[in-house]
Design a protein around this ligand. Structure first.
Ligand code: FES
Length: 104
């Protein structure tokens, strides 16, 4: 497994998450819930909406701002329609204050 450094924990807003744009792939989103960090795709699976820009994080649930579909950031499962396709979630490793994810 190849680990890629994405950000520092302190970069992640507990309210809005952090959008991470990387060359050659769609944007990622880093979420912080208490001491836990999760990394998912940032684009909603229902449309082309950014979850970090317009979405609302409530506990472990991210609600899309466009049509109010929602996902669990822990495993990407759909928690509210109209979304039907799970959100991709990436394994995360924390070292000190640094967040790494396995993106392959
Ligand atoms: Fe996210 Fe429709 S684009 S719920």
């Amino acid at each position: 497994m190849t680990w890629t450094r994405l950000c520092s924990i302190s970069d992640i807003s507990e309210d809005d998450g952090l959008r991470i744009d990387r060359d050659g792939r769609g944007p990622l989103a880093a979420w912080r819930v208490g001491d836990a960090v999760f990394v998912t795709d940032d684009t909603c699976t229902h449309g082309q909406a950014s979850l970090t820009e317009g979405g609302i994080l409530d506990g472990f649930q991210i609600e899309c701002g466009l049509h109010l579909g929602a996902f669990d950031v822990r495993d990407g499962k759909v928690t509210s329609a109209p979304c039907t396709i799970p959100l991709r979630v990436y394994p995360v490793r924390i070292e000190a204050d640094e967040v790494f994810a396995a993106l392959n």
